[in-house]
Design a protein around this ligand. Sequence first.
Ligand code: CP
Length: 336
Amino acid sequence: MKSLHNKSFLTMLDYTPEEIKYYLELAAKLKADKKAGVEKQSMKGKNFVLIFEKDSTRTRCAFEVGAADQGAHTTYLGPTGSQMNKKESLKDTARVLGSMYDGIEFRGFAQEDVEELAKYSGVPVWNGLTDMDHPTQTLANFLTLQENIDKPLNEISFAYVGHGQSNMCNALMSGAVKLGMDFRLIGPKQYHPEGAFFEECKKVAAETGATITVTDNVEEGVKGLDVIYTGVWVTMGDTYDMWKERINTFKPYQITPEMMKMTGNPNVKFCHCLPAFHDTNTQVGKDIFERFSMNGIEVTDDVFESEASLAFQEAENRLHTIKAVMVATFSDYETL
Ligand code: CP
């Protein structure tokens, strides 16, 4: 395996199956070491800038805590408060930040932006989510599956249920095909995957022995699954009119106890990247529940809170996997 030192982490499509497995092994080791109180610091004196054009809880905290655990310092640049993309182009910002920092995390809109930062900054760039991809979430999910399902990742039957053109579907599909999984997208036809990213995933599947099934038929699609994954049907900035269209379209794909049973697997797991609309404890959740008379939106509360749900284990694993990506960029932790 080639060294991952100084490599930017932009999409799972850039990695070999061995490299992805290495990140997962390293994340498991870092997690075990932290829990045992014997974690070694491999990034003392490093400085990272964390750029967030969109809000974040998990990703931001994982980068900040992961860096601190490893002895590095972080600067947070939020949606306001820097010159980036306002008075200063991304290309110029990249060159400035690259001259001061050892690594850059970027969460924003366009995948091209994270690529441009990597091209012009001269330092490694980590993708913290774009409209196209969310690769660090995939690593956290795969570590969680390894911990909870008693079979190798390439034998897992995995479905993303919902929006097949979303960043989360792309991220999971690209990781799944790299590792040779049975990947299924179950959702409404007009939101089925398409375009260059999907074509690339199909090519990878042909090389690794993975399968990709795309269907709008829930009953057929869920048979024999080990994992049902979903994400929100709309994202930040969407209006209530958009909600109305999406809710009408996606309602048959809500994750319910009936859908979990339909898999025929009593041990099927439920996963979600979070945040999730499963109860009325947020204003948006409350408004939507009242307007559309729904019990949960993309998932019912009883599935979300059930023993099958790995949502919070996956959230914790954001820390260990993001830390592994940062550590692998700079050191061979195992040899310290
Ligand atoms: N899943 C995820 O990326 O969470 P945040 O938006 O809170 O970072």
